[in-house]
Write a protein that binds this ligand. Structure first.
Ligand code: CLF
Ligand code: SF4
Length: 512
């Protein structure tokens, strides 16, 4: 395809119907069918999809062609992952074997991304060999790549030849003066370029690459690292510029900087943004385009649903054992694995379509099929943040004590909207570690600051009491219900109880 994917659609991803800029950001429910078909099973490009579909990263790209001040080369690429963990670098053949093993074990597996540990397009042979081999063996798996953009324009044709429909570019600035504070140097045409000149070249390449991808109908997500005092005032302009060029989604991620990571920013004491600062900036940018709020800043060798990490199940050692068992008549039945993925996909897509249809019907005032998105009363009450423990499928289905993270939603008279996630240690580890449960629970409660209720499948007596004492109402009444329906029901309960004017809700639900 040789035209922007939205050029023929009536609604752009940023809500710009032809000739009517400023109409506000279109919601995913309004995306044209051809776009929805591309994203409905991509866990990063669709918030809905991330409840169902898994991705994995193949760490085949060790080299990088630039230096970011938030990166230490001995860790993964911080543009697409969190620093502090080192990946096992794989050959393309190892990466494909691993992908096939993951796709056989996890029917939700839908996307293979290459995101590091360096820059995928600074390692084009390894990156494209991986894509080529996988496309031959498992053509149902979508291919995805994340890049700093320096080598992008020269790789766009190759990306299109490999039928890659999703590309992420990390764009932290569109102003070289800002860029000079983020990038000390780039490696360009066989020499090192420093300072403002380096940033100007990088920005030029990123913008050119974005335009070229959009012209070929490839969906482009922009990642930006929010660095307080460096680009926080500038990212709204970045959002505006990339939207004007046809970017599909903007993902503003918080800087992770700690002295122990050995990065320039970490060592200089550059602080990370608070969750409130991140949300404020995401909201400020949202006027110009659709924002991604469910990014988990995952590792360059991550495996599984976003928020879970099953990488340890698929180490090279384990893959070698699997290969050995194949020689003894064991191994993977790839045809059966493909059938399981296809069956899962059909069911998940049907559920997603049903939810979308319900939301649209409700928005249009038709009889409610799933009455969860808007209160059927005249507007009143105040917005409330609620945390939800889930392990996928878009329902409240996780035990409070087993949750490694909570999804945070805001409920109000306008409906339910996803705000982000809060990571936390699983506080209930059982056995010999139970003695430190109390301090872990303290950390969980701290992570839920600002939330007035927490919805989960089950919860024990001790956390119940501790949450109540912290002003967070535990609620296990909505186990296995769709998240938005459950959040809306709790909000309505608070409204009916007169709790929205007076402050936090009293406890509700049952205990485990
Ligand atoms: Fe991987 Fe990135 Fe593709 Fe997703 S991750 S290459 S677009 S398949 Fe996703 Fe992970 Fe956030 Fe990246 S949650 S860090 S946005
Ligand atoms: Fe590090 Fe990624 Fe930046 Fe390269 S692009 S320096 S690997 S964060």
């Amino acid at each position: 395809m040789d035209r922007p994917v939205f050029a023929s659609a009536s609604v752009s991803p940023g809500g710009c119907s032809k000739g009517s800029c400023g109409a506000g950001a279109a919601q995913p429910d309004d995306w044209p069918d051809e776009v929805r078909a591309k994203v409905q099973d991509h866990p990063c490009f669709s918030e809905d999809a991330h409840h169902y579909f898994a991705r994995m990263h193949a760490a085949v790209a060790p080299a990088c062609n630039i230096q970011c001040n938030y990166c230490n080369r001995k860790y993964d690429c911080a543009n697409e992952s969190r620093p502090g963990v080192v990946s096992e670098v794989l050959t393309p053949e190892q990466a494909v074997n691993k992908t096939l093993a993951v796709a056989a074990a996890i029917p939700q597996m839908a996307v293979l991304g290459i995101a590091g540990p360096g820059d995928p397009l600074a390692n084009p042979e390894r990156t494209f060999a991986t894509f080529r081999l996988l496309a031959e063996k498992a053509p149902d798996i979508k291919l995805c790549v994340s890049t700093n953009g320096l080598a992008l324009p020269e790789c766009v044709d190759e990306l299109a030849r490999h039928n890659i429909e999703h590309v992420t570019i990390t764009i932290n600035c569109v102003d070289a003066d800002v860029g000079a504070k983020i990038y000390p140097w780039i490696f360009w045409k066989n020499r090192r370029v420093r300072g403002r000149a380096a940033a100007a070249i990088l920005i030029g390449q990123q913008q050119k690459g974005l335009e070229m991808l959009v012209a070929r109908g490839i969906l482009v997500k922009i990642n930006s690292v929010l660095i307080p005092g460096v680009n926080d005032q500038h990212l709204k302009e970045v959002s505006r510029v990339v939207k004007a060029k046809g970017a599909f989604l903007h993902n503003v991620m918080p800087l992770i900087a700690e002295p122990g990571h050995g990065t320039f920013f970490g060592l200089m004491g550059q602080r990370s943004p608070s969750p409130e600062e991140l949300q404020r900036l995401q909201d400020a940018c949202a006027g110009d385009m659709v924002m991604m709020r469910h990014c988990r800043q995952c590792r360059a060798d991550a495996v599984g649903l976003l928020g879970e990490d099953r990488g340890a199940e698929f180490t090279l050692e384990r893959l070698d054992a699997l290969e050995a068992s194949a020689g003894e008549g064991g191994g993977i039945d790839h045809a059966a694995a493909l059938a399981r993925r296809q069956a899962f996909r059909a069911q998940a897509v049907a559920e997603l379509e049903a939810r979308r249809a319900a939301r649209r019907a409700e928005a249009q005032g038709a009889p409610q099929v799933l009455a969860f998105h808007r209160p059927a009363r005249k507007p009143r009450g105040r917005p409330v943040l609620m945390a939800v423990a889930t392990k996928g499928a878009g329902v409240v289905n996780e035990h409070f004590g087993h949750a490694r993270e909570f999804l945070v939603y805001e409920a109000s008279e306008a409906g339910v909207r996803f705000i982000g996630h809060r990571r936390t240690d699983k506080y209930c580890v059982g056995g010999e570690h139970c003695g430190d449960g109390e301090s872990r629970l303290d950390r969980v409660i701290r992570a839920l600051a600002g939330c007035e209720a927490v919805l989960c499948a089950r919860i024990g007596f001790e956390p119940w009491g501790r949450l109540e004492a912290a002003g967070i109402a535990p609620n296990a009444e909505h186990a296995m219900e769709p998240i938005e329906a459950a959040v809306m029901a709790v909000w309505r309960g608070m409204l009916d109880a007169g709790a929205l004017a007076a402050g936090p809700l009293g406890a509700a639900g049952r205990r485990a």
